[in-house]
Design a protein around this ligand. Structure first.
Ligand code: AMP
Length: 480
């Protein structure tokens, strides 16, 4: 235990992927493919647990899905059964530890229970302390494990009712996929902050963080799992209930901006289309005379295309990305992150030399990426460099599962747009406004009757109050 007497718990947030299949002879293969399509949501570690009606089988390991579940490894052959769940883990700080890799598995009073979670539980630290004080032995340092202990302690009879009992005590953002003798159980938090979709392939049902996980196995999309909904899939088919009263939906707007794969459809909106609309709106808000629109690949491409469509300025690949490095944030230290940027992008002088360039990126978080990119474009001979950002300034950390650094490391928390422009060395800088973002996503704009999103990273408006271990709100602190 650390000297401050606090229980160890991951201070970092995880933007992960969950996937599950029930009713297929190829449940584990489908899960591996689904996780492969969802690789962008987490590259640190991956795992699958399958169930054959009697026994559970599992493999968890560091690295990508392909490294763990390739044909030569033999791992998939052992994951027999008609049901399987899987998880990709994303983390950026702290020591990666085997014990933190999901899905978690425990033998509880009713039998085996496997759990995979995407999101972040805002009252986990307090729950964890009280669980440990009353005898729970924690095996991992994640917030997710709290759910298992609450399920284990519930006096309800079947696993699904126990899970409801647990989730009534938990606050935060979550999309859960579980395996139990009762079948596959999926559940989404009452605000629907993190994504989860339901699909079908033949007689089998599938749940996935994103629709691209359904596409890869040829499953048909049925619908999004609803906020506060629980779905149970077993030999009797699929049943839906609403054990947690749904709140007005607050789906994470950053999924549309950056996190989700562009070919996914979330909450009835195509991510690629949403990104292009954001580009259109950004161009309307902050047009600048220029010769070429250059995206920061890959995350800035759809918004840059939208920007170019709206302004009729040619779009070109002025930055080339090396695809064999992970997302920049994967580097654990600031020094590593800077090397990561150099390893990942290079300017394409043919497209930018002698030109007035507008660089379009999805977001500026620390500002490290932008400085490197702007320098590269200038070194390649651009005469002017303007930057347009497809999100409002990121001023607040996320407590619901997207990795953002502490508030003091968020450049927009301490600098205004003109100071950031100076800092990153551009001739002009503009972020889309929060109203512009809503106009791009909702026909009706920022209207309380139209879908509202969780936009706390841009506004500080946290729909679920984060708590400290003493139960007090961390809203005033605004730092993880
Ligand atoms: P920086 O401003 O250097 O901290 O990095 C900003 C870049 O990181 C953006 O261009 C995004 O493409 C990417 N990014 C933004 N948020 C995240 C996140 N939560 N996890 C991983 N990458 C991110």
């Amino acid at each position: 235990m650390p000297h401050d007497g606090k229980l160890p718990i991951d201070s970092f947030q995880e933007e992960c992927a969950v996937f599950g299949v029930y009713g297929s002879d190829e449940a584990a293969v489908h899960t591996a493919l689904g996780l492969h399509a969802l690789q962008h949501r987490g590259q640190e570690a991956t795992g699958i647990i399958s169930f054959d009606g009697e026994k559970y089988h599992g493999h968890r390991g560091f690295g990508h899905v392909g490294e763990n579940f390739d044909a030569g490894s033999g791992h998939l052959d052992k994951l027999i059964g008609h049901a399987a769940i899987g998880h990709n883990r994303y983390s950026t700080t702290g020591e990666p530890e085997l014990r933190n890799i999901q899905p978690f598995f425990s033998e509880l009073a009713f039998g085996g229970f496997a759990l995979a979670h995407n999101g972040n539980l805002t009252n986990a630290e307090r729950l964890r302390q009280s669980l440990v004080q009353t005898g729970s032995l924690m095996q991992s340092t994640t917030d997710t494990e709290v759910i298992i202990h609450l399920v284990a302690r519930s006096h309800q009879t079947d696993p699904a009712l126990r899970l409801v009992d647990a989730m009534k005590q938990v606050e935060g953002a979550y999309s859960l996929v579980c395996l139990s003798p009762q079948g596959l159980i999926a559940m989404r938090d009452p605000y629907g902050v993190r994504p989860l979709v339901l699909g079908q392939i033949g007689d089998a049902y599938v749940v996935s963080s994103e629709t691209c996980g359904l596409d890869i196995i040829g499953a048909d999309f049925i619908r999004d799992v609803k906020p506060g909904e629980m779905i149970i899939i077993n030999e009797d088919g699929m049943t839906s209930s609403q054990p947690l009263a749904p709140q007005p939906s607050r789906f994470c707007v950053f999924e549309y901006i950056y996190f989700a794969r562009p070919d996914s459809v979330m909450e009835n909106q195509h991510v690629y289309g949403a990104r292009k609309h954001i580009g259109h709106e950004l161009a309307r808000e902050s047009h600048v005379e220029a010769d070429v629109i250059v995206p920061v690949p890959d995350s800035g491409i759809p918004a840059a295309l939208g920007y170019a469509e709206e302004t009729h300025i040619p779009f070109d690949f002025g930055i080339i990305r090396n695809h064999y490095v992970g997302r920049t944030f994967i580097q654990p230290t600031d020094a590593g992150r800077q090397t990561g940027v150099k390893m990942k992008h290079n300017a394409n002088s043919l497209s930018v030399a002698g030109k007035r360039v507008v660089i379009v990126d999805d977001s500026i978080v620390r500002g490290t990426t932008s400085i490197k990119i702007v320098n590269m474009i200038r070194d390649a001979g651009a005469t002017e460099v303007h930057m347009r950002i497809a999100s409002p300034p990121t001023t607040h950390p996320c407590f619901y599962g997207v990795d953002t650094p502490d508030r003091e490391k968020l450049i927009a928390a301490s600098m205004d747009t003109s100071a950031i422009a100076k800092h990153i060395g551009v001739d002009s800088l503009a972020f889309i406004s929060i109203d512009g973002l809503y106009r791009a996503l909702n026909e009706t704009g920022r209207d309380p009757n139209a879908p509202q999103y969780c936009d706390a990273c841009f506004t500080g408006d946290y729909p679920i109050e984060p708590q400290r271990s003493d139960g007090k709100s961390t809203k005033g602190i605004m730092s993880k």
